[in-house]
Design a protein around this ligand. Structure first.
Ligand code: PLP
Length: 361
């Protein structure tokens, strides 16, 4: 059976599972802001039509300036991409044929980008509740040219603060190794500690961001990278001209003005997460120590979670499988935090599972 390599597009998941796609379903497999896109997008959507008759600015200058001002860095340190996915693909070219370490489990596109660019890939596998053991990780850096670290981590939702990142960054500097930190989900964590201030001192630091999760615009495709100017120049030389379209540029500028949307979402996620965690504890499910808008879950009575996965799919509840996450391999399921109504439907389905499969713990 070939499972889809990402969440969303549930029709492919049902096809792979040999199940009929229900008419009504709730997709917990994509980690998108449950509050939806900022209202400004819908309000001004019609205005975007005027921009499509001309080529977009190939330098994405206006959006770069907006991000630069927000982050307190120069626009020359920023590269805008057609989603974080394009940024990862450009990074793959940058580190082609080099020695790369991936901290796993992580977003599968890092490995894919490395493989198509003939990188020599090694892995640091997180276990024991997915804590990073610095001594072990730093021990693996010798001879490496680049490290991929997903922080906050997809799929676990774990967030690693500067107590972990700074010693790692210093070790990368000693080894002359790039540290690529994918911060696609950074806005979802209340306790985020900014790494941007370290860009000047550590030219080997590369920060990647995505606007598609936080602003719920995955169909538009928009992400960016912040790094040393020389790296940005190299990466932009690989990027197709006009890669970022004019709708994405304008939509990104509007979204970034809506700081309130982010603070509202953080509060909402925190309160929904508390409700869900209490419920899972009462019902004897095990959940990852997530700081963000999704979490891993397992019924500790099952090793392979497939029976629970199939049960939920049949009820129109779509979890994200973990077959393609090294170290998880189907022993966990990932769920996004969605609206209150949808999270309650999920809890109902979990209760129904528990009634049929009582816990003996
Ligand atoms: C950790 C991580 N980084 C990057 C991306 C790519 O995001 P985008 O939608 O901006 O291409 C994803 C998408 O799921 C992701 O999970």
């Amino acid at each position: 059976m070939t499972w889809p390599s990402h969440g969303s597009n549930p029709q492919y998941l049902y096809e792979a599972a040999g199940l009929t796609l229900p008419e009504c379903l709730i997709d917990f497999s994509a980690n998108i802001n449950p509050l939806g896109p900022p209202a400004v997008l819908q309000k001004h959507w019609g205005d975007l039509f005027h921009g499509i008759g001309t080529y977009p600015d190939p330098h994405t200058a206006s959006l770069k300036v907006k991000i630069a001002n927000r982050e307190g860095i120069g626009p020359e340190r920023i590269l805008i991409g057609n989603g974080g996915a394009e940024i990862i693909s450009l990074l793959g070219r940058l580190i082609a044929e080099k020695k790369v370490l991936i901290v796993e489990p992580a977003f599968s596109e890092y490995e894919k980008a490395c493989q198509v660019n003939n990188c020599d890939v090694s892995y640091y596998q997180l276990s024991d509740g997915w804590e990073i053991h610095l001594h072990d990780l730093i021990g693996k850096l010798q001879g490496m040219d680049a490290v991929f670290l997903c922080n906050p981590n997809n799929p676990t939702g774990m967030y690693y603060g500067t107590d972990i990142i700074l010693p790692l960054l210093k070790a990368c500097k000693r080894e002359n190794c790039l540290l690529i930190v994918d911060e696609a989900f950074y806005d979802f964590t209340a306790e985020y500690e900014p790494l941007v201030p370290y860009l000047k001192e550590f030219p080997q630091l590369i920060l990647m961001r995505s606007l598609t999760k936080i602003f719920a615009i995955p169909g538009i495709r928009l992400g960016y990278l912040m790094a040393d100017r020389s790296l940005v120049e190299k990466l932009s030389a690989y990027q197709p001209h006009w890669s970022v379209n004019s709708v994405a540029i304008q939509a990104g500028e509007w979204c970034l003005e809506d700081e309130e949307h982010i603070s509202k979402m953080i509060q909402f996620i925190q309160s929904e997460r508390d409700v869900l965690l209490r419920f899972y504890q009462e019902q004897h499910f095990e959940v990852s120590n997530s700081a963000i808008n999704f979490y891993l879950l397992r019924d500790p009575q099952l090793n392979d979670q497939y029976p629970l996965f199939e049960f939920l799919l049949k009820q129109g509840i779509v979890p994200r499988h973990t077959f393609n996450f090294p170290g998880l391999e189907g022993r966990w399921l990932r769920f996004a935090i969605r609206t209150s109504v949808e999270n309650r439907k999920l809890m109902e389905a979990m209760k129904a599972w528990r009634r049929l499969n009582p816990s003996f713990l």
